[in-house]
Design a protein around this ligand. Structure first.
Ligand code: NAD
Length: 374
């Protein structure tokens, strides 16, 4: 089974639609985006996707077909047959198609406002910096890079070039997630006391880049555990003070020669809030559970493409189901058209903070020590 098949079948088992190629999946409508004419009409932002793999093809390109204020204007790919296929499918002119050698010429292309880097993690650093040097605003997939130093260099390159940098943290725009953030901040059930956050799936193809440390930076923590780290930060609105962590056992030495198979961690947050995190490439699991002084909230699924489901100690959460990527891209486009900036909660600085916490989790697991973060 390939990696994509494996991710897809796991999420489908959870009742989660993953892409247009799956027969049973219908793209959720953009219910959170009003259908009335946009006030920005005529100023659609042109986005170029760099790397036409699974996420670009099945999620971002599909989302960009639904966004009133941005569209798929260009592509960057090393595979000529993909270029042909995408040009036809999305009506992309040849002048907006680049490969990895010609990429820097994108500087001269007025159709492209934002370059969106959707490559394996180790390549984010190089392509974000090249995009910034070409004078383009940049979106970068999570994790922002493989190291803290790389994230710092990416932020500096974008600052020096005077361009915006954002990380593709789609949950920040998702209605259930936004509602739980609101309930936590407004203390609907009192103060947060404890968070249990986990995300894992059964990985397929043992040869894929996600299992190679130089390309992936690490294992499931870098890939999906990052959602749990993010989750604990957006729920509390605070930064962790310290972390302990433990690697799980390796049960599959063929796949896990290079990266961890699973990992558990415990964050101490301010106000005596404890966060239990777990991530795995061998366990299908996905939950954000928050205990408050006077109740609880649970999202499960909490982080995959949806439909996200939620309940609280007072009953089911009934909220719009959206296409995550369309919803995120449209929100970013509107914010940019309005303010010339990307939303601050998905900034490069936020990506850098997460990278510091991921690095600390690995250090805690390696050393067996509690790592202080503040
Ligand atoms: P993928 O393997 O399906 O696609 C990677 C693309 O990079 C392919 O088109 C491949 O041809 C290209 N590529 C160029 N040089 C390569 C090289 N040397 N080795 C391997 N591939 C190379 O991966 P994906 O699932 O699309 O993930 C891409 C990025 O998107 C990752 O950073 C991942 O973490 C992120 N992602 C984010 C989400 C999300 O929900 N936000 C979901 C999936 C993936």
């Amino acid at each position: 089974m390939t990696e994509n098949q494996s991710r897809r079948s796991f999420l489908q088992n959870l009742g989660v639609g993953l892409g247009t190629t799956a027969a049973a999946f219908t793209v959720p409508s953009l219910v959170s985006i009003p259908e009335s004419k946009s006030k920005y009409e005529g100023k659609k932002l042109g986005i170029a996707l760099v790397g036409l793999g699974s996420y670009a093809k099945n999620q971002l390109a599909v989302g960009l077909e639904q966004t009133p204020n941005c569209y798929l204007a260009g592509i960057v790919t090393g595979t000529p047959s993909k270029a042909e296929e995408w040009m036809k499918k999305y009506n992309i002119p040849k002048k907006n198609v680049y490969n990895y050698q010609t990429f820097d010429q994108i500087a001269d292309n007025k159709d492209i406002d934002i370059v969106y880097v959707v490559l394996p993690n180790s390549m984010h650093h190089e392509y974000v910096i090249r995009a910034a040097k070409a004078g383009k605003h940049v979106m970068c997939e999570k994790p922002m890079a493989n190291t803290v130093k790389e994230c710092q260099e990416m932020i500096k390159a974008c600052k020096d070039a005077g361009v915006q940098l954002g990380v593709g943290y789609r949950m920040h725009f998702e209605p259930f997630t936004k509602e739980v953030i609101r309930m936590s901040r407004e203390k609907v059930f009192g103060n947060v006391k404890f968070i249990n956050s986990n995300f894992g799936f059964t990985i397929g193809d043992p040869t894929q880049w996600r299992l190679k440390k130089p390309m992936a930076g690490g294992g499931p923590l870098m890939d999906v555990g990052i959602y749990c780290v993010q989750g604990s930060r957006y729920i509390t609105g605070k930064e962790p003070l310290a972390v302990t962590a433990q690697f799980g056992p390796i049960t599959d030495p063929t796949r896990f020669k290079d990266v961890e198979e699973s990992l558990s961690w415990q964050f101490d947050f301010p106000d005596a809030v404890t966060v239990n995190g777990f991530t795995s490439y061998k366990t299908n699991i996905e939950q954000l559970y928050i205990t408050y002084e006077k109740g609880f909230v649970q999202l499960s699924p909490a982080y995959s493409y949806g439909p996200i489901k939620g309940r609280t100690s007072q009953g089911e959460l009934n909220l719009p189901i959206v296409h995550h990527q369309a919803n995120m891209l449209e929100a970013i486009a509107r914010e940019f058209l309005e303010t010339k900036m990307f939303p601050s909660h998905i900034s490069g600085e936020e990506g850098l903070k997460d990278m510091k916490y991921l690095t600390a989790i690995y250090e805690a697991a390696r050393t067996g020590k509690k790592i202080k973060l503040a």
